[in-house]
Ligand binder design. Structure first.
Ligand code: ZN
Length: 151
């Protein structure tokens, strides 16, 4: 069972890292932040187009790094697009608890499966910061903080 999970996990991560979704720099983005994870060398720039009502109308990223950081950014931009700022922050809070092992389940509706999959990274503690980097960049962009480091 564990091996099957690990295989599925690797397949999904590899797919997202080889064909990242939303890998672009939208010209009409009005929030952005650049994240750096010194432990692994991952860099990711997250671009958001926020509407007046706090709606994330578009989410995209550009970055260089390991498969996990790219896959996380790819999944995250897919998940937060169309959500509100408050919802996106709430999902990150839940995701953080999953990857740090603080909680074992988290209900994020239709996004739960993907988040649980990504949270499989908790088996590899060295990689947790790779997975959370794009999320830190996302909240920094909302907070108008242009730079964020995972340490
Ligand atoms: Zn990494």
């Amino acid at each position: 069972m564990m091996d099957e999970l690990r295989e599925l996990y690797q397949e999904v991560i590899l797919d997202h890292s080889k064909n990242p979704r939303n890998f672009r720099h939208p010209e009409d983005a009005n929030h952005e932040a650049h994240g750096y994870n010194p432990l692994c060398g991952d860099t990711v720039s997250v671009y958001l187009k926020m509407g007046h009502n706090g709606l994330i109308e578009d989410a995209a990223f550009v970055g260089k790094g390991c498969a996990i950081s790219l896959a996380s950014a790819s999944m995250m931009t897919d998940i937060i697009k169309g959500k509100t700022e408050a919802e996106a922050r709430e999902i990150f809070d839940g995701f953080k608890k999953l990857v740090t092992g603080e909680e074992n389940d988290f209900d994020a509706g239709e996004d739960t499966d993907r988040l649980m999959m990504l949270a499989g990274v908790k088996e590899f503690p060295m990689r947790v910061k790779c997975a959370t980097l794009p999320w830190h960049a996302m909240t920094s962009a909302m907070d108008e903080k242009p730079e964020v480091t995972t340490e």
